[in-house]
Design a protein around this ligand. Structure first.
Ligand SMILES: [Zn+2]
Ligand SMILES: [Zn+2]
Length: 388
């Protein structure tokens, strides 16, 4: 079997359905039409499905005889962005756009399912096709796992991929260890006492206190965290005051933190609160601080990565499998990776000749469609090798 040849047989269909998904994007947890289409197509392939996590779809393909269980995963959600690509198949839904390439992931996994369903007499074991909702809010994978996607039968290995604008077409990245950082968010309200701007001693200035907190939080990276284990503390919003001549009694801040290690990730709320609490005491303010653990770091398993690498090398050539610096962005594929040996591949889609140069989440985002057969063939080859 040549996986790339098999992928090319369904290429026209994959291209078409990708553009269909692109034209009809749906926001996180609202992937109703997309998941209905996925379920319909899996049904036509004779793959039994289960609905999980509100808009998720789990297809389970049994091979000719029992064996190992492989999970292949795609995410289906789009973003609240007004598309500006000018494609004739641009989003028809105002303010919603597939600007992260999840339309590619869904089409690639469906293409692989179409080929693999036709090969099931040669397969020993089971393939679970996980079409999850809501990757962008880091909710979807959790819902699929909680719904039992990795159980009955128990998954032995999981594999997923993401198209990335930074990587040239024809290249992929597969590497073991910590690959993508955690993404956790927080809110902080600083409370002082409002006063007339001419009489600061009669109030407690929340903006001055918040300014000191902003500065103090940035020293966590350089003086508190182990410098060999990177973290990011990002203050994304800060709002305070109503008028130029009033001492503001309240400031609200929100932010998002990143880490690769469990130790650093779990320490950050405490570290932050020490700075906030101490600074508020010094500036006579009160505070409220809430921290939400959202998306865990994604760690690629060494065994799974080496298996997948040897399969993907057959598709694309070992020389096109690259190593890159770790990614500080997050990916909720980590939910599967925490439960079963897993690996996550980055698929290159950058091509300046086709104007595919814009970053993920850009309103101009374009990905080279020639990545589609590579993605489909990678899933096919990994499945064929793992279940042979
Ligand atoms: Zn995204
Ligand atoms: Zn994405």
């Amino acid at each position: 079997m040549n996986a790339l040849d098999e992928a090319k047989k369904v290429n026209d269909w994959v291209f078409a359905i990708r553009r269909e998904f692109h034209a009809d994007p749906e926001k996180s947890m609202e992937e109703f039409r997309t998941s209905a289409r996925v379920a319909e197509e899996l049904g036509k392939m004779g793959i039994p499905i289960r609905r999980l996590g509100r808009t998720g779809v789990l297809g389970t393909l049994e091979g000719a005889s029992p064996g190992k269980v492989l999970a292949l995963r795609a995410d289906m959600d789009a973003l609240s962005i007004q598309e500006q690509t000018g494609f004739d198949y641009s989003s028809k839904n105002p303010g919603v756009m597939h600007a992260c390439g999840h339309d590619f992931h869904t089409a690639i996994l469906l293409g692989a399912a179409k080929v693999l369903s036709g090969m099931k007499d040669q397969l020993k074991g089971t393939i679970k096709f996980i079409f999850q909702p809501s990757e962008e809010t880091a909710m979807g994978a959790k819902l699929m796992v909680e719904g039992g996607a990795l159980e009955n039968p128990k998954v032995d290995m999981a594999f997923g991929l993401h198209v990335i604008a930074d990587l040239p077409i024809g290249k992929v990245v597969l590497q073991d260890g910590g690959f993508m950082a955690s993404g956790d968010n927080w809110e902080c309200a600083i409370k002082g006492v409002t006063a007339h701007g001419s009489s600061p001693w009669q109030g407690v200035d929340a903006i001055v206190c918040a300014s000191a907190i902003v500065q103090g939080l940035q020293t966590l990276m350089s003086r508190v965290n182990d410098a060999r284990d990177p973290i990011v503390v990002n203050i994304g919003t800060i709002h305070g005051g109503d008028r130029f001549n009033i001492i503001p009694g309240k400031v609200e801040m929100t932010g998002m933190n990143r880490a690769f290690s469990v130790t650093a990730r779990e320490s950050m709320p405490t570290w932050m609160e020490e700075v906030i609490k101490g600074t508020c005491a010094a500036y006579r303010c009160q505070y409220e601080f809430t921290y939400h653990f959202s998306c865990a770091p994604l760690v690629n398993d060494a065994w799974a990565t080496s298996l997948v690498k040897s399969s993907v090398a057959k598709v694309i050539g070992a020389g096109n499998i690259l190593q890159i610096p770790r990614i500080m962005g997050s990916e909720d594929f980590s939910e599967y990776a925490m439960k079963v040996p897993s690996t996550f591949m980055v698929l290159g889609v950058r091509n300046s000749a086709k104007d595919c140069v814009y970053s993920q989440h850009s309103e101009h985002y374009k990905a080279d469609e020639d990545c589609l057969p590579t993605g489909v063939a990678s899933f096919i080859q990994v499945a064929a090798d793992f279940l042979s």
